[in-house]
Design a protein. Structure first.
Length: 99
């Protein structure tokens, strides 16, 4: 099957719980043609409190990056398979979060 030029990435639903507001942000990121797959991971608690949703790149993984989503005291891992360089991905995330 051939991908069209308007092909979008895939958002994997493997957990029943996510940080509030994270899924709409990830769905917007799947619109980027260079992002193949986004998989939300483990949801955990932190000591510090972050009032607004933040999404930052943690470490590179094979084929993409591991990101950390934070809001309130919740932290969630997000795995992203992409051909984007780290700087380009940071810019794409900043654009989506600014909207």
């Amino acid at each position: 099957m051939k991908k069209s030029s308007k092909a979008k990435g895939r958002l994997v639903w493997n957990h029943s719980t996510h940080i509030d507001g994270l899924i709409p942000i990830l769905e917007k990121l799947t619109q980027n043609q260079s992002i193949q797959t986004i998989t939300p991971g483990v949801l955990s608690r932190s000591r510090s409190h972050i009032p607004h949703l933040k999404l930052r790149i943690s470490v590179p993984i094979r084929g993409g990056f591991k990101l950390l989503a934070r809001q309130g005291k919740a932290v969630q891992e997000v795995f992203m398979l992409t051909s984007l360089a780290q700087e380009d991905l940071e810019e794409a995330i900043a654009q989506v979060l600014a909207k």
